[in-house]
Design a binder for this molecule. Structure first.
Ligand code: HEM
Length: 478
């Protein structure tokens, strides 16, 4: 913290307060410890609205409900655009949902298609059986690993990929192995995309490099996308042929691919939307489950309470259904508490404003990038009692929810660009976590008794995961 204590009131112009900025670099070197951690230190020093220069760009960060309210007002009033990493800006951007810089007609069409076909109550109900089948497979896999050390994230991640694979293409795409190095095909492509998305790119901070690809990140991203597309290329071809040969007659729509073909999507549009659903929907969910299990192993009382609730409501059933877990207050509270402490998206994507404005009485110049620090608000002692403790009870008799209305708790974002997949994510997380906790007792390797030694360090990425994967030993419950 000492490295950033030089305030810059002398910057004048009544900008939001912030640290001294080095020529050329700005404050980029301090980001190495993880942007959300650095930004949270800034918030502690300079208050809920502060500014920091990274390369040539000025970032203005909000980390209190009042700051979020004013930032959202600025978004509503002024023309804004979403900041998009240069590595992801190759041609396909016109078809993108996540990387649409503005809320264009095509973006609206994609959001509405996802909302009505994938994430509506009817859509979610029709997918239940696919989620349940794949979660049962995951449980069977862990049963074969009884007494052995497993990397929980890998297996959960593979399961989330297969669930989405079934919803979109009626296919399991990956094996349930638990070794990242063994991964290939879609799993490897998704890992590569996540790692590339995390690699700092000089072209993002210095316009002079914009047309170039100095670190080869654009090329590598495009290769990883093509690797993903090649996995389902033949499925698209076969499905199109089926549609062609059935022209004129009514065709049963089996999966989301059928829906996209019926809507007249080109192969490019199908590829782009599905790769974004896989990128947005798999690591985030797997990471939440990994964190939740780590917190429950560390906090024995919470583990005891959730097991008691499951036993009472579900009895001895081992193959859990979504209907079983839809009304379990303590399970739901544990998931919220995990998302408060470990939001997979700790910083919401920067949005640039195209006109200068005032936020909390400070001047925010044109082209500033506005960020919301969700991670800092989740750990703010003025907003939460004992913020660093895992206490699911805080959500038990509370109306605080993640639907974008409670500005101190925004794991799925806020406003127009809020996560469209949150109803799906929540159903999947509840089912998976309940199945893991109901079917197994989990212990740590090497008879680790002192649970305070369980390393809870985070690794910042496009999504924030545990730095060290959670290695655990399953023991089947009777
Ligand atoms: C625990 C799970 C998840 C979390 C915490 C999460 C979080 C988020 C957040 C915070 C945003 C907004 C980002 C911003 O404004 O900067 C977002 C956007 C998005 N999410 Fe999720 N998400 C999750 C699961 C999913 C799932 C399961 C899907 C789809 C299958 C999905 C698809 C998307 C898409 C497509 C966007 C971009 C929306 C747009 O820009 O209009 N997410 N997510």
């Amino acid at each position: 913290v000492r490295t950033i204590t030089k305030a810059t009131s002398q910057r004048g112009q009544n900008l939001p307060p912030g640290p001294y900025s080095w020529p050329v670099l700005g404050n980029l070197p301090y980001m190495l410890k993880g942007p959300h951690v650095y930004f949270t230190e800034l918030a502690r020093l300079y208050g809920p609205l502060c500014s920091v220069k990274l390369g040539t760009h000025l970032f203005v960060m909000g980390s209190s409900p009042t700051a979020v309210t004013e930032i959202m007002r600025a978004h509503e009033r002024l023309p804004t655009y979403r900041w998009v990493p240069k590595a992801g800006q190759d041609g396909l951007q016109d078809y993108s949902l996540i990387w649409a810089t503005e809320c264009t007609d095509h973006w609206k069409l994609l959001r509405s298609l996802c909302r009505t076909e994938l994430f509506s109550a009817k859509g979610l109900d029709s997918q239940s059986v696919l989620r349940e089948k794949n979660v049962d497979k995951m449980v069977d896999f862990f049963k074969t690993k009884q007494g052995k050390v497993v990397n929980i994230r890998e297996v959960v991640f593979a399961t989330t990929v297969n669930i989405l694979g079934n919803i979109c293409f009626s296919k399991d795409f990956v094996a349930l192995e638990d070794d990242e190095k063994e991964s290939r095909g879609l799993k490897r492509a998704l890992y590569r995309l996540m790692k590339l998305g995390t690699t700092p790119n000089v072209a993002d901070f210095y316009p002079i490099f914009e047309g170039l690809d100095p670190q080869g990140l654009k090329k590598k991203t495009s290769d990883a996308m093509n690797e993903a597309f090649s996995v389902w290329e033949h499925v698209i071809k076969e499905t199109r042929e089926r549609w062609e040969s059935n022209k004129g007659s009514d065709l049963d729509e089996d999966d989301f691919l059928d829906t996209m073909i019926r809507c007249g999507f080109s192969d490019l549009q199908i590829n782009q939307l599905t790769v974004e659903l896989f990128s947005g929907g798999t690591h985030s969910t797997a990471s939440t489950i990994e964190w939740a299990l780590a917190e429950l192993i560390k906090n024995k009382e919470a583990m005891f309470t959730i097991q008691k609730e499951l036993k009472k409501e579900i009895g001895s059933t081992t193959s859990i259904k979504e209907s079983h877990v839809s009304q379990l207050p303590y399970l739901h509270a544990c998931v919220k508490e995990t998302l408060r402490l470990h939001p997979p998206a700790p910083l919401l994507h920067p949005q640039a404003i195209l006109e200068g404005c005032k936020i909390m009485n400070y001047n925010v110049p044109k082209n500033s990038q506005l960020i919301i620090n969700v991670w800092a608000m989740g750990r703010d002692p003025t907003l939460w009692e004992d913020p660093l403790l895992f206490k699911p009870e805080r959500f038990c008799n509370s109306n605080v929810d993640f639907k974008g209305q409670d500005f101190k708790f925004l794991p799925f974002g806020v406003g127009r660009r809020m996560c469209p997949g949150y109803p799906y994510a929540i159903k999947q997380i509840h089912l998976m976590l309940a199945s893991l906790v109901r079917n197994f007792d989990w212990s740590l390797p090497n008879n680790m008794e002192d649970l305070s030694k369980l390393d809870m360090t985070e690794n910042f990425g496009i999504i924030s995961q545990r730095k060290k994967p959670l290695m655990v030993i399953p023991k089947c419950k009777s």
